[in-house]
Write a protein that binds this ligand. Structure first.
Ligand SMILES: *Cc1c(COP(=O)(O)O)cnc(C)c1O
Length: 515
């Protein structure tokens, strides 16, 4: 459970007001120990400052110490800065300011702020008696909080992908970016869209980046820009998220499934050439689990047959291949900003990367209904824009992204070491590339039993993916189920473990032990 800290509690701690100091301090420490967050309301800043200064001045008079007004004020601010350092700031929202019908507007603001959280997930920590009485279901005294949490300690929940810790780390930047969009009001194609495209292009070293409504839309628009249509064939892997093949079928083309390598689970380049026909219009490898496929070999083969290559890099943004960034390894790279991807937004989003002028122009036009200028439609397009708010969110996330990639790689390597020590088989990574470990995936023999053990230990796991696409009801007529035997076998053995930049080593060790 989180706690919103009332001014009186903050003062108890900053001014070490006995007898309240000890219980206030213990309550906050206990909350943090149990994975809860401590919030300070931005609307309380002035009250805090004013009251702490007055308290310090009263104390000084009683003790007859002599600090100047200025020194005392500096001391007050230093105490507040130290106190706030490990707290979260809860922004005061517009609706919470309109509280003058209440007997105590300031208390009313705090109570209203609690309504933003799920019921019971936060309490106002206060020792204001009338407040405790009036809102007994929303407030707690330090003593009551300590008693309650010692009786039933809540252990921090194990997330499959922990997005909350990341949000805490970047929350000020997120709020700032979101509020900017609310104020300028250009919700579609606002300046954050251009800014994000420029930053992503620079990050991947691609000449162009076009943001789009999702990873799926990125793949669809890319195929449309390449002119893939009815009767064409696109070579891809059956061991991927359905979107990869879905967009091919939507355009009336046929996905031609090529089997995967058993160690990386990426498309097996040695099997591609045999599947190339006159109808082949593109090769679409997937950089599965965050690791690029054998792009050099695929590009060489494509060049031989004059085919474009689309990298489905929905899981691999941030990864590198021979020093180059994923998304900039072939004719076109497509990524997704689905929230759980290595670089995610808080909704749907995606991006297309290319160095090619014509493809850039085509993708830009197709994204906005095929228009070359307003209401002039040179080609058939889609409503495929990424909205300004989502771009603003990715911009905030980019600030910590380099650190996150480093962290993911280090955690992935540590997982590898733990698995190898324990004799657990796993997906392998090649030495000439990095994986951003969108998933950390092991190979097990009796998966349902292993999953059951993990459920007992309350550690989430997932399967990416349980059924290869050529065995899915909607796709099975497109390819014989048995012509990709490795994909079939892997679908029965893969199991993904909790992963993310904020996973801690202690959790990893626990996961390895459970396995
Ligand atoms: C997530 C994903 C997609 C689709 O991305 P969305 O943004 O969810 O549309 C496509 N391909 C792969 C490999 C993915 O993992």
């Amino acid at each position: 459970m989180d706690l919103l800290i009332d001014v009186n509690i903050a003062l108890d701690i900053c001014a070490k007001r006995q007898p309240f100091y000890t219980s206030a301090r213990d309550a906050l420490a206990l909350c943090q120990q149990q994975g809860g967050k401590l919030w300070l309301y931005t609307g309380s800043v002035q009250t805090l400052e004013y009251n702490l200064y007055s308290t310090l001045r009263r104390d000084q008079e009683a003790n007859e110490t002599q600090l100047s007004k200025r020194q005392l004020h500096a001391k007050c601010l230093a105490l507040l800065a130290t106190f706030a350092a490990d707290k979260q700031w809860l922004a005061a929202l517009a609706g919470e300011g309109n509280v003058f019908a209440a007997d105590d507007p300031e208390d009313e603001q705090l109570i209203r702020a609690l309504d933003r959280f799920a019921p019971g997930k936060i309490k106002l920590l206060t020792r204001d008696e009338p407040l405790l009485e009036a809102h007994s279901n929303k407030t707690l005294s330090p003593e009551a909080f300590i008693e309650q949490s010692l009786q039933n300690p809540s252990t921090p929940k194990f997330e499959f992908i922990d997005l909350k810790t990341q949000q805490n780390a970047i929350r000020p930047q997120l709020e700032q970016n979101i509020h900017r969009v609310l104020h300028h009001g250009t919700y579609i194609m606002g300046k954050e869209v251009d800014l994000l495209e420029a930053k992503l292009a620079a990050y991947t070293d691609a000449r162009y980046c076009i943001t789009v409504a999702s990873g799926t839309e990125a793949l669809l628009i890319s195929l449309m820009a390449l002119g893939v249509g009815v009767g064409d064939e696109v070579i891809t892997t059956p061991f991927t998220f359905v979107a990869t093949a879905e967009v091919i079928v939507l355009l009336g083309a046929k996905p031609v499934f090529v089997d995967i390598e058993p160690d990386t689970c990426n498309i097996d380049v040695r099997l591609i050439e045999a599947k190339i026909t006159e109808r082949t219009k593109a090769i679409m490898p997937v950089s599965l689990y965050g690791q690029p496929a054998d792009m050099d070999e695929i590009n060489a083969l494509a060049a031989k047959y004059n085919l474009p290559v689309i990298e489905d890099a929905a899981q691999s943004f941030g990864a590198t291949y021979k020093g180059k960034k994923s998304c900039h390894l072939s004719t076109i790279g497509c990524t997704s900003f689905f929230p759980s991807k290595p670089l995610g937004c808080y909704g749907d989003g995606g991006a297309i990367f290319t160095d090619d002028d014509d493809l850039y122009q085509a993708c830009r036009e197709i994204r906005i209904h095929g228009q070359s200028r307003r209401y002039y439609h040179t080609r058939v397009g889609v409503g495929g824009r990424m909205d300004t708010l989502q771009c603003a969110i990715v911009l905030a996330k980019l600030e910590r992204f380099d650190w996150e990639v480093e962290q993911r790689i280090a955690l992935g390597q540590r997982y590898n070491q733990l698995m190898d020590e324990a004799g657990v088989q796993r997906v392998q990574q090649r030495d000439d590339r990095t994986s951003v470990f969108a998933q950390y995936t092991v190979l097990v023999e009796h998966r349902s039993e292993v999953e059951a053990r993990f459920r007992e230990a309350v550690i989430p796991t997932a399967v990416h993916y349980p059924v290869p696409l050529n065995e899915q009801p909607a796709y099975q007529h497109l390819c014989c189920a048995d012509c990709t035997p490795i994909a079939k076998e892997m679908a029965q053995r893969v199991m993904s473990l909790p992963m993310g930049a904020d996973l801690i080593e202690k959790q990893q060790t626990l996961i390895a032990q459970t396995l």
